[in-house]
Design a protein around this ligand. Sequence first.
Ligand code: ATP
Ligand code: MG
Length: 560
Amino acid sequence: MSDTETRDFIRQIIHDDLESGKHAEIVTRFPPEPNGYLHIGHVMSICLNFGVAAETAGRSYLRFDDTNPGKESAEYVEAIERDVRWLGFDWQDRLTHASDYFEQLYAAAISLVEKGAAYVDSLSADEIREYRGTLTEPGRNSPYRDRSVEENLQLLTRMRAGEFADGEQILRAKIDMASPNMNLRDPALYRIRHVQHQHTGDAWSIYPMYDFAHTLSDAFEGITHSLCTLEFEDHRPLYEWFLEQLEPVSRPRQIEFSRLNLAYAVTSKRKLNALVEEGIVEGWNDPRMPTIAGMRRRGYPAAALRDFVSRAGVTKKDKLIEMGVLENCVRESLGDESERRMAVLRPLKVVLTNYPQDKVELMQAMNHPGRPELGTRELPFSRELWIEQDDFMEDAPRKFFRLKPGGEVRLRFGYIIRCDEVIKDDAGDVIELRCSYDEDTRSGSGSSDRKVKGTIHWVSCAHAIDADVRLYDRLFSEANPNAADDLHSVLNENSLEVVVAKLEPSLSTQEAGEPVQFERLGYFCGDSETHAGSTPVFNRIVTLRDSWAKLEKQAMQQQG
Ligand code: ATP
Ligand code: MG
């Protein structure tokens, strides 16, 4: 367990409960509703629940809160399991569903009825709303509130037997219609819904409400700390009411923390679903989506996501965290791990006029500048090369250290070249550079100690492979798109640009999903949804910060 200084308030409570002997073992649960894919906010909840269990040698459940059939599906169930596993957590044999407890929940409802703490109401939904009152006015008792236990039991049995239509009856807790807390104004426990359930089929035509099912599922599983987000704070009195009425052996404690929100992203399954349904994105796993599936396809490492939520911390304060914080975690995690490769995203042709026509040299390229143990690979070098359009400037300022007419630059792992001639098309656009290379400056040969200020990357034309490279930007143009009434009005029109890039040949065997750094450009990975045989597709995971400063320093070290 972490030190006192780094312990968040929930870990502190858990620590104290272990110290005092209140609990011998910590049991938590992550309770997603399978009505969509998990997003970055859920990562926080998963890491918290599974994290505290692991840190205290306790246990954690993955429990599907599947009390809302119709909106839920097996696809979501599978995606959630895949995502939690990928994040690095293991529920072992503790995979459960609220629906596993439908029989026990029904029995609990019966016992509430028997002790006069629940009743069947025959008001319509509209009437119930009207009777409920408002935040400033108390509600009124339903005329059915004082039905006898026998009548209630009979009606509840008939509800279960499917004798009523949807909405005709409803089982409610009998608490207090005048409570200032709306959640205590005789909340619904069971509603009639003649609908197939993705887990229990057509076994039931009544379904328990979330608060009732959730509290009791926690109790059945012996959850010690039921960790949830702040919007459930007002539900806690109801949570406790259920425990008091039903006196289960185990008494879980609910503790709320604030939701994690990511700037320029939405973290609500409903809104993410709208993006998918309207075809604004390719699917739940579109690499621009803040879903776990999207971030995995984009190439974010699981470790970076865990690191990110740990930095965000568990608190009760509202959180809107900069995308940059997440991107930094991704960079840090990828920097050490990813091998370097050469790729040119916006190609400009260079012809080395003094280099022999059919000659090919194999240059030794380090796979990682800081990790020699990752070895080297061979980069074919020839007379015609691709360089980045940006690395040439015709009317360059004095401080431009890349290629300019009459200027020199080093080709990384290659030679120093000089730009002799600029070829343009009829429109005046530069389409080719005629350059000459200095034979004595081959990288690593030590034959010349000549230095130039700039180093650029390149790919041999004859050996390059074509790939579609997807350059992603944030999906929204507003920092808090959650606040917008209409998501369309805050979409970033330029969230995806696709370029036809030239890649070094070794990238043809790169495993999809395996991250690499394209030198000076950023981190990329082969797209896992693109099928063999079609043009390779690479996703940009994240750009490099400060690529210049770093590479130039390295180049100077290499040469000097
Ligand atoms: P959404 O609004 O996206 O549908 P939800 O809260 O309805 O989210 P659930 O499937 O009920 O989604 O969430 C499972 C667990 O994840 C809950 O305990 C919930 O509190 C937690 N959770 C959901 N969103 C966030 C978030 N943004 N930050 C932290 N925890 C979250
Ligand atoms: Mg929810």
